[in-house]
Design a protein around this ligand. Structure first.
Ligand code: TRH
Length: 380
């Protein structure tokens, strides 16, 4: 892909949690590092950003981080020139003065809405279609996705090679984990847990505690901690806490920088993830995983869950498919996990191979940043 000397504006409103900023920050860095683009990332909530990138100055209206010009998107909009490519992430509404600036350009910008990730089939038909117009400026739908014909997934150059090297290097893993205060108990499987509140957690922890295999569960600080506290019967869990119940060691980790979170996923034998960005990163980790999908009104998220399962479970034996599908559905319904976990464990080697095959299959598609650039090149 040729290097482009283009200016890009990416707009991000933080609706909640970390997915909105997680995705846009990752994309912005990649456009700069791999495509020579000049990127301004407009973010309305710099405090959420700070969790992923602690170097952020939450009071600065403008700053450069890893080559990206980070702009605080303040309520009081200060007029700026519009860029060559404008991305509104997750249907966020651009400032009206900025839309006027787009329309005033001699050549209007390429304006895209970067949508939420979904494995549903209809996404293929909608990806790249024109959406609304503002004056004469046309907006386009850009859909990430798993299927051919979508915009693909965010994946940095060389990511899989870096991941593989790390996973083949026990010393590097040990050093990384020790930096987080984790001393992996010998013979214990490592599991990371990043999830929303979940009524099914207690049954899963029961199953892990009574398992014949020891488990070391790593829980970054976040929304699931309340359920962990309840199960342990303790209050005020914070980073550094370690509690042992039979075969299960529970350890609370600090919320780490975004690039460190990859290393955590790569270090674990099994990753429970959520939302959008951590979900994709767990797929690049190529280890068996469990997804807590972001809940939406009228349960539309359940269609998305089924659409993903339909793709992901393909190629597994019928019993393995049933076991893993059962585990994912129970987790997302907050139901009892005991039997599902036990049946999933029976298919471990198959699930490990499958996670690697899925990762390679997904990596055979163009990554999302490259697909955006290609879309732009075809458009000009
Ligand atoms: O935080 P999420 O639940 O985010 C979102 C938002 O809720 C959003 O509104 C919704 O639409 C979307 O989910 C589907 O989950 P997600 O997407 O996985 O984002 C978490 C980010 O936090 C991801 O970039 C990884 C990062 N992270 C760290 O950097 N360090 C950590 O320690 C952890 C646990 C995560």
């Amino acid at each position: 892909m040729p290097e482009l000397n283009t200016r890009w504006d990416i707009f991000c409103t933080v609706v909640d949690n970390f997915g909105d900023i997680g995705v846009t920050w990752r994309l912005a860095r990649q456009l700069v590092a791999e495509h020579g683009a000049a990127v301004r990332l407009w973010v309305d909530d710099l405090r959420a950003f700070e969790r992923l990138c602690p170097q952020i100055d939450t009071h600065a209206a403008q700053q450069v981080q890893q080559g990206v010009e980070v702009r605080h998107w303040a309520t009081q909009w200060q007029p700026v020139e519009a860029a060559d490519v404008v991305i509104a992430a997750f249907a966020c509404q651009l400032p009206s003065a900025y839309m006027d600036a787009m329309a005033e350009r001699a050549k209007p910008p390429l304006w895209m809405n970067l949508d939420y990730l979904s494995a549903e089939e209809w996404v293929v038909g909608c990806h790249g279609l024109p959406s609304v117009k503002y004056k004469h400026v046309q907006k386009f739908f850009f859909f990430p996705g798993f299927r051919t014909g979508t915009g693909g997934l965010l994946r940095e150059q060389g990511l899989l090679q870096r991941r593989q090297a790390f996973q083949q290097d026990p010393a590097a893993q040990r050093t990384f984990l020790q930096g987080l205060g984790v001393d992996r108990a010998s013979g214990a499987q490592l599991i990371s847990l990043f999830a929303y509140e979940n009524a099914g957690l207690a049954s899963w922890l029961d199953a892990l505690a009574s398992d014949s295999t020891a488990t070391h569960l790593l829980v970054p600080e976040g929304r699931i901690l309340g359920d962990v506290e309840q199960w342990l019967g303790v209050d005020g869990l914070a980073a550094g806490a370690v509690h042992i119940r039979d075969a299960l060691t529970v350890q609370v980790l600090p919320f780490v920088r975004q690039d460190q979170y990859d290393l955590l996923l790569w270090s674990c034998d099994f990753n429970a993830v959520r939302g959008e960005d951590s979900f994709v990163r767990a797929q690049w980790a190529a280890r068996p995983m469990l997804w807590h999908i972001y809940q939406q009104e009228e349960d539309v998220h359940l269609d998305k869950l089924e659409a993903f399962l339909e793709l992901y479970l393909e190629g597994l034996s019928a019993p393995a498919r049933e076991a893993l599908g059962g585990l994912w559905r129970a987790w997302n319904a907050g139901e009892d996990m005991t039997d599902h976990w036990q049946s999933t464990r029976k298919h471990w080697p198959q699930l490990q191979k499958h996670a690697q095959a899925w990762c390679l299959e997904q990596a055979s598609q163009a990554d999302l940043a490259a697909a955006l650039v290609r879309f732009y090149v075809n458009w000009i």
